[in-house]
Design a protein around this ligand. Structure first.
Ligand SMILES: *[C@@H]1O[C@H](CO)[C@@H](O)[C@H](O)[C@H]1NC(C)=O
Ligand SMILES: *[C@@H]1O[C@H](CO)[C@@H](O)[C@H](O)[C@H]1NC(C)=O
Ligand SMILES: *[C@@H]1O[C@H](CO)[C@@H](O)[C@H](O)[C@H]1NC(C)=O
Ligand SMILES: *[C@@H]1O[C@H](CO)[C@@H](O)[C@H](O)[C@H]1NC(C)=O
Ligand SMILES: *[C@@H]1O[C@H](CO)[C@@H](O)[C@H](O)[C@H]1NC(C)=O
Ligand SMILES: *[C@@H]1O[C@H](CO)[C@@H](O)[C@H](O)[C@H]1NC(C)=O
Ligand SMILES: *[C@@H]1O[C@H](CO)[C@@H](O)[C@H](O)[C@H]1NC(C)=O
Ligand SMILES: *[C@@H]1O[C@H](CO)[C@@H](O)[C@H](O)[C@H]1NC(C)=O
Ligand SMILES: *[C@@H]1O[C@H](CO)[C@@H](O)[C@H](O)[C@H]1NC(C)=O
Ligand SMILES: *[C@@H]1O[C@H](CO)[C@@H](O)[C@H](O)[C@H]1NC(C)=O
Ligand SMILES: *[C@@H]1O[C@H](CO)[C@@H](O)[C@H](O)[C@H]1NC(C)=O
Ligand SMILES: *[C@@H]1O[C@H](CO)[C@@H](O)[C@H](O)[C@H]1NC(C)=O
Length: 835
């Protein structure tokens, strides 16, 4: 909830700052391929039930009005939905047909998903009759759905987005007839990805005349040729995604020429991961002559970003993850209107001179980090940004910056948003932020500050700062000076969550007169005896869950009295009447605070006998039974204390006698923990992605690696996937739990839909070069490889398994073990090494 709030604030700020779609930095490349996992509600407030008529098992998430139905064996027709709902997801069922009146009782639906149903093959015309509220429709991963007939989508008069990924369609013509403008008069977004289409023929979209579609995404479709005339029915097309296909530049040029001739208002083109190894100069020249303003070249491989040709209309350029080490100084000289430059996930060691453009409003040069890997040093030179007076948003997160000195940010007088999250910053010089007089949002979370250097002057100059994030910064015991926040008069949101604050300093928040929200959750402090918010009259939200608060004092109640929302759960409240006396009074006098507290489930942590009561229930309980008076004078209690003292003395004596032993153990444990650092988050050493037809080889592989020393634990789906979980969810979560990934690439593998989906998933999780190893099994026909796999085979080390040559077997396994034992690190570029 609070993260959502933060994001809302951020978005509002971004909106003010940019007035455009900045927040969706990867909208065409990744965001539109909606994640199959994640994004589902938590299991709280979920009802599981089996619909006896249809045989489907449905999970109803009542609060979110979301229902997901499954069961590959018994769920044979559309289930009866018993709860009002906005989203229905039909996944891994045995449903064959969506019949004419199946959805009759669900006309209030806004989102409908049909995903991963192996037998699903038909949508009857009329199935969507009356579904005028439906906005999003997603029909994906149904391998037997080979066509959609005309009229299939009749009734969807307000459908906005349709997603048709990874179904059984062999070409576009088999289903585009269903998408005509009469059936779908409001359709704007068409997403067709991960299909084996090879060609887009001239008449493939001919049924879409007069279509209202403005955004067409055809990424990862193994397209090697697009007929230039084929896109002419899209008269309103503004956005075109062609990423991850096997297109050559001359073909894309031809397509663009026809788009220009037909006055199609295209302004956003995504060419991500088309395998470019250098700038496609001819193509860029043609783009420079169109009205395209936003170009994506993400995930191509440029290494050095050379000079772009003349492209006067470009305002936004995405060059994320292009393995760039540097940018030539005049790279963007001929892009006079470039305002938004995205350079995240590259290999820079500074903000390259070529990117320090006076006209930029938005610069993203962040790095994604995980697995504790630290990238090499990233220099922020003094006055590097001196000419960037128009810059409004800068993201430097994830870079190994370490120190911020006071001359770094000079010139950034119009910067409103800056992220230095997770940037290894430990030292910030006095007055570093002084030049940032318009900064509104500063994210310093996830750094390991040496707080002893923090001074009153740290945040001077940030007169307009509204959001400051200092979460996950190992701030212990607020070794912050009392006056550290003194200058932050405009601050509205302060995040100090996930630190190690053990006691709250009394005056520290008082100067924040405009504070609206304070997050102190996941720290280590007990209750407080002074008012935290004496002068803060605007505070409404306060997060203190997961601390060590044992009682609620009068001062706390005075603080709470200002709030509209408090999160206090997961604190070890003691339910002793004496401690809760103040609270008991409040419950009677202050209904508002009582109401706030009631919204939290504040359980009694002790004594044991009240463990299943909340503190409010406890108060009621003692009031009724009038036990409170004699709790403390109980004889047993005294006896208990005396016995406790004896016990403590005994333990001390034993420890003294065994001190040498304990000392050794301490050293030993310490070592082994450090040693394991690399493995600590992973359940498996590697996830094995393979086609079922190669199971014999995989059996052998697993036996050899798991049964011999050193033992490796592999994730293999028949064995390790929990029965009953949805396959796609399982795969993704297993990939996350595995340190590395093994792709067993064979002819069968290339043909398997699941496997290719896994490759896709792998690419997202294993950016690191040495986390992915490819085992080539037998002869693999290169021409059938899809774009991502083909690129992987070209750029990664791969091992070959030869069925015939037994002698090579031990060499193979030795190399494989070498690979698996290597630590994970990002950014080692290997150049076409083959074994
Ligand atoms: C629609 O609801 C009615 C009444 O609850 C029920 O009898 C009928 O079977 C439902 N139809 C479908 C297709 O679920
Ligand atoms: C439809 O999908 C879009 C993009 O995925 C999302 O932003 C929007 O909230 C969805 N709308 C509904 C009503 O589900
Ligand atoms: C497309 O629109 C034009 C003009 O509005 C109309 O004459 C024509 O019949 C439409 N075509 C189809 C196939 O609906
Ligand atoms: C590009 O692809 C088309 C169709 O596949 C082919 O005819 C043409 O020769 C290719 N051009 C280049 C430069 O490779
Ligand atoms: C660009 O847009 C303008 C104004 O909308 C239009 O007149 C022009 O023909 C367009 N140019 C191209 C190359 O599409
Ligand atoms: C900075 O922004 C202002 C106002 O938008 C504009 O007039 C000026 O030309 C910009 N400066 C540069 C160097 O682009
Ligand atoms: C800033 O601009 C001035 C004048 O154009 C130039 O001399 C100087 O090198 C620039 N500084 C940086 C750090 O780019
Ligand atoms: C940036 O700040 C300067 C003053 O420091 C101001 O003159 C200029 O107009 C600002 N540019 C924008 C785009 O606000
Ligand atoms: C910061 O400034 C104050 C006063 O100007 C000075 O006393 C202090 O030593 C400075 N601290 C650091 C770390 O430079
Ligand atoms: C409640 O907590 C405060 C602060 O930790 C402590 O001083 C006080 O003694 C506690 N009250 C009782 C009744 O234990
Ligand atoms: C928990 O509550 C129930 C009834 O509310 C009570 O019967 C039971 O004894 C309680 N358990 C404990 C451990 O206090
Ligand atoms: C406790 O008892 C008193 C009188 O016996 C009553 O006025 C008060 O409302 C009770 N408090 C609660 C929390 O039940």
């Amino acid at each position: 909830m609070k993260i959502a709030r933060f994001l809302v604030t951020l978005c509002a700020v971004l909106h003010v700052a940019m007035g455009n779609k900045l927040a969706a930095s990867y909208d065409l490349d990744e965001m539109t391929d909606e994640p199959l996992i994640g994004n589902y509600p938590s299991d709280e407030s979920c009802v599981l039930d089996r619909d006896s008529e249809s045989g489907c098992l449905c999970r109803h998430y009542l609060k979110e009005k979301f229902i997901t139905c499954y069961d590959p064996d018994t769920c044979k027709r559309f289930p009866r939905i018993r709860f009002p709902t906005f989203t229905i997801r039909i996944s891994t069922t045995a449903i064959k047909t969506l019949k004419a009146n199946d959805l009759l009782n669900n006309t209030q639906l806004t989102m409908f998903k049909i995903e991963g149903n192996d037998q699903f093959s038909r949508i009857e015309p009329g199935a969507f009759n009356g579904m005028s509220k439906l906005v999003n429709l997603s029909i994906t991963h149904n391998r037997n759905l080979v066509s959609l007939e005309k009229g299939a989508f009749d009734g969807l008069t307000n459908l906005h987005t349709i997603r048709l990924n990874k179904n059984g369609f062999l070409n576009l013509k088999t289903f585009t007839v269903s998408l005509n403008a009469n059936s779908l008069p409001k359709l704007t977004h068409l997403i067709i990805t991960q299909m084996p289409f090879a060609n887009v023929n001239r008449d493939d979209f001919e049924d879409l005349v007069n279509t209202t579609i403005t955004s067409l995404n055809l990424f990862t479709c193994r397209i090697s040729y697009i007929h230039p005339e084929s896109l002419t029915p899209f008269r309103n097309l503004k956005t075109l995604g062609l990423g991850e296909n096997n297109l050559n530049t001359s073909n894309v040029i031809d397509v663009l020429k026809v788009i220009v001739q037909n006055k199609i208002p295209l302004d956003y083109l995504s060419l991500f991961n088309l395998g470019f190894k250098e700038l496609p100069r001819n193509l860029l020249e043609v783009i420079g002559k169109t009205n395209i303003t936003h170009l994506t070249l993400t995930k191509n491989k440029f290494e050095i970003i050379e000079q772009f040709p003349k492209m006067p209309k470009i305002t936004r350029l995405d060059l994320n993850e292009v393995l760039a080490l540097n940018i030539v100084p005049n790279a963007f000289e001929f892009l006079p209107n470039l305002k938004n430059l995205y350079l995240s996930r590259n290999l820079f060691s500074e903000v390259p001179k070529g990117a320090r453009l006076a006209q930029l409003k938005n610069l993203d040069i962040s790095v994604l980090k995980y697995n504790g890997y630290s990238p090499s040093y990233f220099s922020l030179y003094d006055k590097a940004f001196v000419n960037m007076t128009n810059l409004s948003v800068m993201n430097l997160s994830g870079n190994n910056i370490r120190k911020l000195s006071k001359n770094v940010f000079i010139g950034l007088s119009n910067l409103t948003i800056m992220s230095l999250k997770n940037s290894y910053v430990f030292f910030i010089e006095n007055s570093t932020f002084v030049p940032l007089r318009n900064l509104i949002y500063l994210d310093l979370s996830d750094n390991r500050f040496a707080t002893r250097y923090f001074e009153k002057y740290l945040f001077t100059g940030l007169d307009k700062l509204e959001v400051l994030r200092l979460g996950h910064c190992s701030i212990g015991n607020l070794q912050l000076p009392q006056d550290i926040f003194e200058n932050l008069r405009s601050l509205k949101h302060l995040g100090l969550e996930n630190n190690d604050i053990k006691s709250l300093p009394s005056e520290i928040f008082a100067p924040l007169v405009n504070l609206e929200m304070l997050d102190l959750s996941n720290n280590n402090f007990n209750s407080w005896d002074f008012q935290l918010f004496p002068k803060n009259n605007k505070i409404t939200e306060f997060y203190v869950s997961n601390n060590k608060i044992k009682n609620i004092t009068k001062s706390m109640i005075l603080d709470f009295n200002k709030l509209q929302m408090i999160e206090l759960s997961k604190n070890p409240f003691g339910c002793y009447c004496s401690d809760l006396a103040a609270l008991n009074e409040v419950i009677e006098q202050n209904k508002r605070v009582a109401g706030l507290l009631k919204q939290n489930h504040l359980n009694c942590s002790f004594p044991q006998e009240y463990a299943n009561l909340t503190i409010l229930e406890y108060l009621e309980h003692v009031n009724n039974t009038e036990q409170c008076v004699n709790v403390l004078v109980n004889n047993d209690y005294v006896l208990f204390i005396i016995m406790g003292c004896f016990l403590v003395m005994f333990v001390i004596i034993v420890m003294y006698l065994l001190r040498n032993y304990f000392y050794k153990c301490y050293i030993g444990c310490h070592k082994s923990r450090d040693f394991n650092k690399n493995n600590v988050h992973f359940e498996y050493d590697a996830f094995v992605s393979y086609s079922n037809e190669d199971h014999a080889f995989v059996d052998k592989l697993v036996k050899t690696l798991e049964n011999n020393y050193p033992h490796y634990r592999l994730c293999v789906y028949q064995r390790d996937f929990q029965i009953g979980t949805l396959i796609m969810e399982s795969i993704s979560s297993s990939i996350q739990k595995s340190k590395k990934m093994l792709l067993i690439v064979s002819d069968a593998y290339i043909k398997s839909e699941w496997c290719l989906w896994e490759v896709q998933a792998a690419q997202k999780h294993y950016l690191q070069q040495n986390s992915l190893v490819i085992v080539k099994l037998g002869d693999v026909s290169k021409e059938k490889l899809n774009a991502s796999l083909s690129l992987l085979m070209k750029t990664r080390i791969y091992l070959e398994w030869d069925y015939k040559d037994k002698k090579k077997e031990s060499v193979f396994f030795r190399k494989l073990r070498d690979f698996l034992s290597e630590p994970v690190s990002i950014f080692t570029i290997d150049r076409n090494l083959q074994i």
